[in-house]
Design a protein around this ligand. Structure first.
Ligand code: 5GP
Length: 236
């Protein structure tokens, strides 16, 4: 597989074309960002850890029947994935109240959400990823009715696989963000699933192990990502 020109550079990943139009290379850099890119640092080993972490999770999801774009790891920082036409939406699933949910509704952090809460945001740093509902997505032609249904179903299917997986490893999957894209006639899970885009707490102590450590200047960010990875059995 030949790595060709850069197609897109996001806040923490760069996407490269390949000699196959249907496949791209997802390169995980050592960047860490928060608050829509306002806070930005380089954290050694982060790209490598997240690349292997994402591969492990995407393979678990595929094995459980949740189709996604992941194909294979190419090296420590690169993975080959299907070339999706990404939708400008963020699908958020919450098992426990935290973050913007608490700020938005004055809810106490730690409230258990059963059944899990599903939310949609419009992906735009400029607008700070505003909270939207399905009517906005349809009105602005960001996704069709059918696509919105599939995204919600797949987002919850991810939870049914990952929530128990994290719990068995002594961790609570508090919430997470997913992104989807079009591939041929179907909607597939794309982007990444790493501690950058989810909240994970130790099940006993509720110690924060995810990107909130970076947002809140708690230190040991990559070390914490590695703790999550090790507990899950990710080979790094
Ligand atoms: P919140 O809405 O509470 O800020 O985030 C909910 C969950 O989605 C958290 O796990 C958070 O990390 C993730 N999330 C929300 N927006 C983004 C984003 O723009 N980028 C990343 N990486 N994760 C996000």
């Amino acid at each position: 597989m030949e790595k060709r020109n850069e197609l897109y550079s996001g806040k923490v990943k760069t996407i490269y074309a390949t000699d196959d139009k249907k496949k791209v290379i997802m390169h995980f850099r050592d960047d860490a960002t928060a608050f829509d890119g306002v806070k930005h640092e380089k954290l050694q080993r982060k790209g490598m850890v997240n690349n292997h972490f994402n591969a492990f999770i995407m393979e678990k999801l595929a094995a459980a029947g949740v189709g996604n774009h992941f194909e294979k790891v190419l090296n420590d920082n690169d993975s080959l994935v299907k070339h999706l036409d990404m939708l400008p939406l963020e699908c958020i699933v919450r098992n426990i109240a935290a973050g913007s949910l608490c700020r938005r509704y004055g809810i106490k952090e730690g409230l258990e959400l059963n059944p899990p809460l599903y939310e949609l945001c419009y992906k735009s740093d400029e607008l700070h990823d505003p909270f939207i509902n399905e009517c906005h997505a349809r009105a602005f032609d960001w996704a069709s009715d059918e696509e919105l249904v599939v995204m919600q179903q797949q987002s919850i299917a991810v939870n049914n696989v990952l929530k128990p997986l994290f719990l068995e490893a002594g961790m609570l999957l508090v919430d997470y963000k997913l992104e989807f894209g079009r591939f041929g006639g179907e909607i597939l899970l794309g982007d990444e699933f790493t501690p950058d885009g989810c909240r994970v707490w130790d099940a006993e102590t509720r110690e924060i192990l995810d990107k909130d450590r970076f947002r809140k200047d708690m230190g040991d960010v990559v070390e914490s990502y590695e703790i999550i990875a090790k507990r899950l059995g990710v080979g790094i």
